[in-house]
Design a protein around this ligand. Sequence first.
Ligand SMILES: Cc1ncc(C[n+]2csc(CCOP(=O)(O)OP(=O)(O)O)c2C)c(N)n1
Ligand SMILES: [Mg+2]
Length: 685
Amino acid sequence: MTQSLEWTDLDARTVDTARVLAADAVHKTGNGHPGTAMTLAPVATLLFQRIMRHDPTDPKWLGRDRFVLSAGHSSLTLYIQLFLSGYGLELNDIESFRTENSLTPGHPEYGHTKGVEVTTGPLGQGISNAVGMAMDTRYVRGMLDSGAAPGKSPFDHHIYVIAGDGCLEEGISSEASSLAGTQKLGNLVVIYDDNHISIEGNTDVAFTEDVLKRYEAYGWQTLHTDLLPNGSIDLEAVNAAIEEAKADIHRPTIIRMRSIIGWPAPKLQNTGKAHGADLGAEEVAAVKEILGFDPQKSFEVTDEVLAHAREVVGRGKEEHEKWQLKFDEWRDHHAEHAALLDRLVADKLPDDFEAAIPDFEVGTSVATRVASGKVISAMAGVLPEFWGGSADLAGSNNTSIEGAMSFEPEGSPVPNSSPFGRIIHFGVREHGMGAVLNGIAVGGLTKPYGGTFFTFADYMRGAVRVGSLMNLPVTYVWTHDSVGLGEDGPTHQPIEHLTAYRAIPNLQIVRPADANETAVAWATIVEKQLPTGLILSRQNLPIYEKDQAVSKGAYVRVDASNGEPKVLLLATGSEVQLAVGAAEQLESEGIPTRVVSMPCFEWFDAQDEAYRESVIPKSVKARVSVEAGLATPWYRLIGDNGVAVSIEHYGESADGALLLKKFGFTVDNVVAAAKQTLQNVEQSS
Ligand SMILES: Cc1ncc(C[n+]2csc(CCOP(=O)(O)OP(=O)(O)O)c2C)c(N)n1
Ligand SMILES: [Mg+2]
C-alpha cells in the first residue's frame, strides 16, 4: 500500500506560491512560459521536497538523484524549486527571470545555475540525455562497485524527468526511449505532462497516438494519473505512481500525468495562450485571488513558506550523511576502486596513459578509421572510464574495444555482454546516440564516444550542438570522411560537413592525416576533454613519422629545403599526402615549399601568436588549401591570393580513388594550384 503523502496546508501553500511566482515572473519580464510552470508546481514541489535524494548545499554530490526538465521552456518550474530548496537562487533571481546576466535565463543552462543538471530547451533532448544518465549510473556502478546489487551501491541513484507533449513528439525521444527499454533502465522515471496543449493549441492537430502503448511496446512500465475534480493534477496519485516506478527496478517507467496547462487561470487555462506569453495583469490577479493571494502584491513569498521549503536543506544533509557512511564503507573495502574514483574526480589521466598510445610503422599504409580502432582499444586498456560504440556501424567505424563486452542488461541473450560492458550498441539512432552521449558525459566520471558515418552526423546535429554548448567531453567518431569512400555514392559522401561542423562553436573538428596523427589526436582529445568530432578516412593512407605537434592543431609536416618557403600548402586528412607529393615536385623545380598539416583549426587557433606565425608566416602570401570538401573554411587562411583545391558539388557512385582524381585531388593539380597562387601574389604586388 502506498503511504499517504500527508500533504499539509503549508505544503499546499508552498505549491501555490510556486504557481503565483511563475505567473509573476513572466508578467514582470513580459515574456516567458507561465502556464506549464503553474501547472507543474505541485509535482515539482513533490519531487524536490519529498521524493528526490538531494543536498542543496552540494549540488554536485555524487549520491544525488538527478532531475531533468526536458520541457526546458518551463524553466521556472526548475528555478522556483531551486529557489525554494535553497540552491543559491533567491527571490531577486526569480524577479530577474530572462534578463541579462541573470541566473535564470530563458532555458536552463548547464554550468550556469547551480542545480541545473543539463541544458534543455530543444525539445526531446532532455529525456534522451536522461537515458544516457541512467546508462552512466549502471556503468559507473560496474566500474567502481560491481559486486553491489542494483540500487544498493552508493553510486546508484534515480533520474527523474519531466517531459511534455513536444518532447514525446520529437523523434529523438523515441530513439532514446526505445534504447532505454532494451537496456532495462530501472532507475529512470519520466513524468509526462499530458496537457493536450502545445503552441498551436490542442495537440489533436498532430499528435493522436496512444503514447503509453508506444512506451509499453518499448518495454517500459506505463502508469497514468488523472485530474482531480477541481482540475489540478492528482498529487497523491502521482506520488503513488512514482513509488511504483521505483519499485520496478527492471524497467524504466513513464507516468502519463493528466494536467491542465495554466490552471487555475480562469480565462487562459487549457489554451495554447497559457504556453508562452504573459497571462496579463487581469488574469494574473485572478489567479492570485483564486489561490488566496493578495492581487495587489507581486512575488509574495511568506517567511513561513520559505522556511518550510528550506527545511529540505536539513533533510538533504541528513541523507548526505547517511550516504557518506555507506560511501566510506565502500571506500574502506575497495581501495583500488577508491583510487580510481579519486583519479576520475580529480580529472586526471593515469601515469601509464602516454605509454599506452601506439606507434604505427612509417612507410606502411592504413585507414585512419582502422588506426583509430587500434588506439581506442589501446587506450581502453588503461582507461576504464573510456567507453562507447556506434549507431550500428561498429565494424565500419572501428569503435569496438577489443576483447570488451557489450553493454546490455542483466539476463540479456546478447553474447559477450554484461550490464557493465563497455561497447554500447546504440542501434541505428544517431540523434538519440548524440543525446545519450551528452547524458553520459554530464555524469562527469566517464569518457564516452560514439560513431557513425560523417555524412550522418547531420542526423545527430541537434544533440552535437547542445553538447557543444554545454562544452561536454564527448568524442564523435565520424568515419568515411569524403568522396574517397567511393561506391556508396553522393548520399554517403560528405561535402559540406567539415564546414558545417567547424561552424559549431566549441566543437573541435580533428581530421588526422595518417595513423600516427590519429594516435596523437586521440591522446590529445582525451587530454583536452572538449567536445570533439574525429573525422576519419575509409581508405588507406600512407603513414608518416609521429609528430606530437599534432596536438597544436597545425604544424610543419615538411619544410622548404632552404627553410624559407615561397608557398604554403595547407592540408588535412587524406589530402596531406597530396601536399607532400606536390611539395617534392615544386622543390625539384626550385620552388621552396612548406607543407602544413592542419588536423584541427580549433586547436591551432588556441595557440599563441608566435607559434601560429612559426607555422603559417604572415609574409608568405602564396598559399594553397587542399581538402576534399568545401573551400569555405579555408579562405581566412589562404587570403586573397590563395587557391583552394576543394570540392563544391555532390560526389558520385564510383571507386573512391577514381573520384578523388576526377575532382582534382592529384599531385599535379596541387602543383598547378601552387603555381597559380605564386602568380597571383606576383601580380598583386
Ligand atoms: C526542437 C524544438 N522545436 C521547437 C521548439 C519550440 N517550442 C517550444 S515549446 C513548444 C511546444 C511544446 O509543447 P509541449 O511540450 O506540449 O509544452 P506545453 O505547452 O504543454 O508546456 C515548441 C514547439 C523547441 N523548443 N524545440
Ligand atoms: Mg503540452
